[in-house]
Design a binder for this molecule. Sequence first.
Ligand SMILES: [Zn+2]
Length: 173
Amino acid sequence: MASSSYSNSPCAACKFLRRKCMPDCIFAPYFPPEEPQKFANVHKIFGASNVSKLLNEVPPHQREDAVNSLAYEAEARMKDPVYGCVGAISVLQRQVMRLQRELDATNADLIRYACNEMPPAASGQYGRRSGHGSGGGGGGAGSYNQNSSGFYYPSHQWNSNNGDNESSGGGSM
Ligand SMILES: [Zn+2]
């Protein structure tokens, strides 16, 4: 993709290392001259020879992903010398756990509304009973009664007793 500049100027790696960029340069496809910082970061954290070795061990179709991963890790390590990208990963993992708890709580609320509106005995013939809803649900009660096939089950596990409307249910959100 950087083929136009490739023939004219050395790649970012060769420029940084002050060497001649050969036509078979392993860095050239992944470190275009327009992004000098990308190689500088990777070189500082991993070392050019380690990057070169790693690229040679990776099949060509995966090299771009490998370089992008190295560049991301190197940048994260420079910003956070202690945790590197692990810092970002653990923040995101905590976020996922918090959102999962939130989702579980909301799903539990939804189940409670469902149980209030129609008894479990009605399984298999989910008619609409929005006429005398409890009203306590506010906007939530209205939204999940819109579905023509009954009402909307937000989670896979609760679809087990009426799996046939899974696709229509998923599309309603
Ligand atoms: Zn080069």
